[in-house]
Write a protein that binds this ligand. Structure first.
Ligand code: BDR
Ligand code: CA
Length: 302
């Protein structure tokens, strides 16, 4: 990518979301228009607080708006994943943020930033798709204006991680996922098919990231804490970091084009079903995992 790609990052930080945000904030290839928060890994209050604290801690003096999004999915409520991500959703203490959320909510913010540069703004969606679907709802002008949505979500040819059928982000709000996949906006679906091939290993620590920048030190703390809290786990999957890496280097992934439908009910809730052929969704099925780890480490180390 030889120009700065304008992006809005929709996220539920979340330990791997935090790494993805650190990468994006450090990337010379991305221009972060802002961050929108959604409940998911943690409550909306926690994910928003985590996003604000992260930005305040590592992007001192930069204008990176954080706009508050959905507290609950299209139906029902989110089931959080504190048991994976740790207390507060990050598992590490960060100083209280000195910045406040943006005046616009996530839906207004997404629409505004897309329409400000039609065809030139991508969305990187790292949590349940509630905000993104709401921003597109009844707004073909917004759908037209978004160049691409990179979605971390789904498990197309592999098993899920919350049920045998479903990946967490899609399971949390399958209705919104369906709306996004049917919106006509080009989607790259970065699911467990590829994210489970990209990981940092416990043995690589405690300095997975080199240098003494706040980003490197924080990322090392997040991983150390995560491995300490879950002694049986050997690999920290780079789910959300892979979506940011793919925004920077699309050639990291190979895809098949498809229509994707999501099961909304019963045991198969959250299952992503691809009909290959034509369609607006590029389902990522192959990944250069070695290069991904290089990209993640080099963007956070400094
Ligand atoms: C996804 O779910 C969340 O727990 C992670 O942050 C990632 O977005 C992986 O299934
Ligand atoms: Ca996430």
């Amino acid at each position: 990518m030889n120009h700065m790609q304008r992006v809005v990052i929709d996220t539920d930080p979340g330990t791997d979301d935090a790494l993805a945000l650190l990468m994006a904030l450090n990337s010379p290839d991305l221009r972060i228009e802002g961050i929108t928060t959604v409940g998911g890994n943690a409550t909306l209050a926690d994910t928003t607080d985590n996003a604000l604290r992260l930005v305040d801690h590592v992007a001192v003096g930069r204008d990176v708006p954080v706009a508050v999004g959905a507290e609950r999915p299209a139906h029902g409520s989110f089931s959080h994943a504190y048991h994976i991500h740790g207390a507060g959703g990050l598992g590490v203490d960060l100083p209280a943020a000195s910045i406040a959320p943006h005046r616009a909510d996530a839906v207004e913010f997404l629409r505004d930033r897309a329409l400000a540069a039609p065809g030139r703004t991508a969305v990187i969606a790292l949590g349940p798709l509630t905000n993104v679907a709401a921003a597109l709802d009844g707004r073909p002008d917004v759908a037209q204006a978004i160049s691409e949505i990179l979605v971390m979500g789904g498990a197309v040819e592999v098993s899920g991680n919350v049920t045998p059928h479903a990946e967490f982000n899609i399971y949390e709000d399958p209705w919104s996922a369906n709306d996004v996949f049917a919106s006509g906006v080009p989607v790259t679906l970065i699911g467990l098919d590829v994210t489970h091939k990209t990981a940092l290993h416990r043995d690589g620590g405690p300095r997975w990231f080199e240098g003494t920048s706040r980003a490197a030190l924080l990322a090392n703390r997040i991983l150390s804490n995560s491995f300490r809290e879950r002694p049986d786990v050997q690999e920290f999957y780079l789910h959300d970091p892979l979506a940011v890496a793919a925004a920077i280097e699309p050639e990291l992934l190979t895809h098949r084009r498809a229509q994707v439908a999501v099961e909304t009910d019963g045991e198969e809730r959250g299952q992503t079903v691809a009909s290959y052929g034509d369609g607006p969704v590029k389902v990522a099925l192959g990944v250069d995992a070695v290069r991904v780890v290089e990209v993640v480490r080099s963007l956070i180390s400094n």
